[in-house]
Write a protein of this length. Structure first.
Length: 388
């Protein structure tokens, strides 16, 4: 019996050792991948980056400086004194105790949500190396327990005109400028909604023939035009649009790169729906630049127009807080569907594209990437089958 127990202990120890080695290899491999991507992105030699990384982690061997996890403060650690190492270990232990005490406060459903992440970390996976979108979703999710307790902090999405809400940021398309290019009167789209929904496709192959300016005007009017006004948020005439938006705050803005549009010079424009006009931001041919930003996508290369939908975070953040990014993306999706249906009704081809270099596109659009985000591209052109 004693020999059997001893063998079991040895087997358990060996198994723990294998698990620890596997976790260590996973961490090392993951770190190498991150370092390699970082080095390629910023043109740093991998051995130089490795040296920096090792210096920043010398605390593991009781050397250098340690960043205090709670406050991000650098704490000097003297490698020649045992007290420093003991202090750091104490800090780690206290953090573990604090984490345990916080876990005890969680409800059973909340603990179930957290458990897979803790297991991944314990096995060597780091949450910042995984899909951050999942963590955002967990953070902003409204749960039945919080609703029961009245702790959601949610705000009604209805238009407010009782004096309780005044939008602290401008709602789009109120301004007018005589220098803007006035678009022609949009034409009706006579195809039934049923037929448009059945025919809608993402079309990527376009003919060389140009899109007519009246077609572009009609597409923009149906996709995101103004359909009326209502008093809300301190405005007497808040514009109502063809697409729904969270709280009626109209977070999307519409930019477009014109390459082949009749009676419209090549360049970058911003659409203003209330005045049905285009604001020229900068003229010129953006074809080669867009090809690079959109990873040589053939639809972008052949499109007569490349539309970019920009989310204006500030318009919704003041009212909806951390949930605003989710809502902003939903608004963009509503508008994107309208673009495709309108294009189909005009006999044009369109294709939504989400694969692009965000910071590069945002720089071209002259938006900051912090309060305004490039979220969706959409190509537009005359499909080859329609032109033949």
């Amino acid at each position: 019996m004693a020999k059997t127990a001893n063998r079991n202990r040895i087997a358990k120890t060996a198994n723990k050792s294998r698990i620890a080695k596997t976790a260590s290899r996973k961490r090392a491999s993951s770190r190498q991948q991150i370092m390699r991507r970082f080095a390629e992105e910023f043109g740093i030699k991998i051995d130089q980056l490795s040296q920096w990384m090792s210096e920043s982690h010398r605390i593991d061997s009781g050397k250098g400086n340690a960043a205090t996890p709670e406050y991000g403060i650098e704490t000097p650690v003297d490698s020649g004194h045992v007290e420093s190492s003991v202090a750091y270990k104490s800090m780690r232990v206290s953090a573990q105790k604090e984490l345990c005490s916080l876990v005890e406060l969680l409800s059973e459903p909340e603990a179930l949500r957290l458990l897979p992440t803790i297991k991944d970390v314990a096995s060597g996976e780091r949450f910042w190396e995984e899909d951050v979108g999942l963590f955002y979703n967990e953070y902003v999710k409204t749960r039945h327990l919080s609703v029961d307790r009245g702790h959601t902090g949610l705000v009604s999405a209805e238009l407010e005109n009782n004096g309780s809400y005044y939008a602290p940021v401008s709602v789009p398309n109120f301004e007018r400028d005589p220098r803007w290019i006035q678009l022609p009167t949009p034409q009706p789209i006579l195809t039934s909604l049923t037929q448009l929904l059945r025919d809608r496709r993402s079309r990527r192959d376009y003919a060389e023939s140009a899109v007519r300016l009246v077609e572009l005007a009609t597409l923009l009017e149906h996709a995101c035009g103004v359909t009326g006004t209502a008093p809300a948020y301190g405005y007497q005439n808040l514009a109502l649009r063809t697409f729904p938006s969270t709280g009626g705050l109209q977070s999307p803005d519409v930019y477009l790169f014109a390459r082949s549009v009749e009676r419209l010079a090549m360049g970058l424009y911003r659409y203003h729906s209330l005045s049905r006009s285009l604001e020229l931001i900068e003229g010129g041919d953006y074809s080669s630049l867009l090809a690079s930003i959109f990873f040589q996508n053939r639809a972008v290369d052949r499109a007569a127009v490349v539309i970019v939908l920009v989310g204006n975070y500030a318009r919704v953040k003041w009212k909806y807080g951390a949930r605003s990014y989710r809502y902003m993306c939903m608004d963009i999706g509503f508008l994107g569907q309208n673009l495709q249906l309108a294009a189909e009704g005009l006999g044009l081809g369109s294709c939504p594209i989400a694969a692009f270099v965000e910071d590069g596109l945002e720089q071209v659009l002259r938006i900051d990437g912090k309060e305004q985000f490039a979220l969706l591209g959409c190509t537009l052109g005359r499909p080859i089958e329609a032109a033949s």
